[in-house]
Design a protein around this ligand. Structure first.
Ligand SMILES: NC(=O)c1ccc[n+]([C@@H]2O[C@H](COP(=O)([O-])OP(=O)(O)OC[C@H]3O[C@@H](n4cnc5c(N)ncnc54)[C@H](OP(=O)(O)O)[C@@H]3O)[C@@H](O)[C@H]2O)c1
Length: 189
């Protein structure tokens, strides 16, 4: 599973239920990364979409304990459905044979699924937004940078797109598994 997000320098992602930055070229990037796939999002992020509707051209699974469970939207062969738990997301992916899941936020949903993600696609805005109230979880300890674009500027906003991959066991210290030769003989009576 992968997640896609736009963050500022302090990992802020939102303010008052909306996004912090309007970057049309980044919206195109989001579109390319999610089209034909399955967006996993929280009820508040769904409400922040145009007309509070799922985005066309992709499937959407909305997490909510307040929405009725089940399919509530269908268009061009894509569906959106509401589920009431993290486990129900996996059941829905299997039951409806939905393609590749992409975690699309917001803060609560990123926190819930970060442990299941092996890739993060992070638009890193080179700025600090005022008044942010939603944040992406700290992830740098568990993920390593795989690639990063050059800095791009649009609407006076500079950003780079970075791809991070979950660290593997191979990144543990090289001597971590070595037996402590001689310690028993040296230390024990
Ligand atoms: N920068 C970005 O890339 C980006 C991306 C997406 C969103 N955002 C921003 O993030 C902010 C929204 O984030 P948020 O954390 O406030 O809201 P959110 O994660 O979008 O949605 C929270 C809602 O999800 C439901 N939920 C959470 N955990 C659940 C669970 N375990 N089981 C079932 N339902 C669960 C609940 O809905 P009910 O209350 O209905 O039960 C909860 O109120 C907005 O400002 C938005 O613009 C930013």
């Amino acid at each position: 599973m992968k997640a896609i997000v736009v963050v500022d320098r302090k990992l802020a992602i939102g303010r008052s239920g909306g996004l912090l930055f309007r970057i049309p070229s980044d919206l195109q990037h989001f579109r390319r990364e999610t089209l034909g796939r399955t967006c996993i999002m929280g009820r508040k992020t769904l409400e922040s979409m145009p007309k509070g509707q799922p985005l066309p051209g992709r499937n959407t699974i909305v997490l909510s304990k307040s929405m009725p469970e089940g399919v509530f939207w269908e268009k061009d062969g894509f569906i959106a459905l509401a589920v009431g738990s993290r486990e129900a997301v996996y059941r829905a992916l299997a039951e409806f044979a939905l393609p590749e899941a992409v975690v699309c936020g917001g803060a609560q949903i990123y926190r819930l699924f970060l442990p299941d993600c092996d890739e993060l696609i992070v638009t890193e805005v080179e700025d600090e937004a005022d008044g942010a109230d939603a944040f992406f979880p700290y992830f740098q300890g568990e993920f390593e940078l795989r690639e990063k674009t050059e800095s791009v500027e649009e609407n006076g906003i500079r950003y780079k797109i970075a791809r991070y991959q979950r660290k593997t066991d191979e990144t543990e210290p090289a001597d971590g598994g070595e037996p402590q030769a001689g310690s028993a003989e040296d230390g024990e009576p």
